[in-house]
Design a protein. Sequence first.
Length: 517
Amino acid sequence: MALQDFHAGATSGRTPKILVHSSFNPASIRDGLGRAEYSYHFVVEGFLPALAQLGEVVRVSDPAEVDAIYDACVAQKRDCVFLCFAPPHFVPITLRCPTIPVLAWEFSTIPCEMWSDDPRSDWRVVFRHCRRAITLSRHTAALVRQAMGPDFPVFAIPTATYDAFAPLFRPQARADAAREIRFRGLLFDSRAETLLPEAMVIRHTPLPDVPADSAPAVLEPPPVLPRRRGARERISLTAYYGLSWYRDVLRDLLPGPLKAAMSAAGRGGYRLYRLALPAPQPPAPAKPAIPEVSLQLDDIVYTAVLAPQDGRKNWHDLLTGFLWAFRDEPRATLVLKMPHNSWAIIHGAIENVLSRFSPFRCRVVLIYGFLEDAEYAALIGASDFYVNASYCEGLSIPLMEFLSAGKPVIAPDHTALADYVTPRLAFVLRGTLEHNVWPFDPRDLFTTMRHRTDWSSLEQAYRESFAATLAPDGAYAGMAQAAHEAMREYCSVERVRSLLAEALDMPTPLMNREAAE
């Protein structure tokens, strides 16, 4: 039984069954944002409208469920295929059901070596077993053909993003009035000096009258710096970093008596603190309620949606380029939308960057939280540009969503972005190749490459985009229209359905592949 003419229905006349799986589902994605493979959930969501036009779509929470469904379909003479949305080293190769990996990949080579005694770490093993693959970009498809040979059937298909976000497009360009967003999450606003709620801040226990060497010491985080630093603030900040250097570099090299004397002398200003050790098996603390907050945005708004713990997203250049370009421009705002669980990991590092660039007149807003559909739509509507400074991308669904809504972007045109980022709709960033490792390779060998962002081109793109928004020649409106139209041609449900029909309607029967061999 083949999947011939899959787009028109199964050969038996019964509706084909399409099984889909990813590591996260709608119930678990809230807590999974930022974790490994979390983005595949959004890939599945983007494919579902097109897949639903091709057959009956069934989510499976565990690949172990697949063969039972497949056997029932065989008994009914009904076509069945399993689409596994995951990196190939997580794709099962022992199933009876025809399996097609759906993958995103952003580096210059695919893993083609085995490690940890797992043959699937060599992706070619998985591709040979599945005999076909679906990638999210032409970049990844080319890498698969390079590894498997030019005749290997691999199909580059983006997620169907356009139809869901096209209604947000406003031909009249941008709104100048203030725009409000309400959501549940944590908010930091450099203009209002709004800090994270006190209940969410991790605090350390003060060191009592105990010898300084009896416990590891850390420094109390410095307070938010005033916009204008006086002599007292500069001395205080210098003392803080001097003590930090002493703790990290010099302290363990000093004799015991001198070390104790130095520790005692350092208790003024930014005090040394002792980390409180938890009691054995303490009860899990109740999670503080996530507050509901309101955010008012006005003037020209740049937005980026990212998981900052993912080093590929290059949030540091994105933020510092903005701060430098608009250090004297109060009308520019940068919104960084991040997962709720990112605040404890990254907030201190972001505040450190802000303190180094202060005083600045532009505005930086940090949103930590999960936005519901209406809230996310409000964020898109309140934005004028989307910013991406990544070293490499497997697709970048948020970028496609903003483009579909007619929001021009600042982004590079490498890896998957090369499929749709053009000067018509983007201020294109420059970059150069640099050596890198496959992210899950335990050997940490330099086996691949990524694209280093040219920071000066990012700073320049901020300035040029700001000028284009204010220009009377309609440059911004033209880019917005081009973005909207380009996404209709690239990732509408109609186009994705057509590409999926081609990928699933293979000349070699899927269900009789053993006989064909």
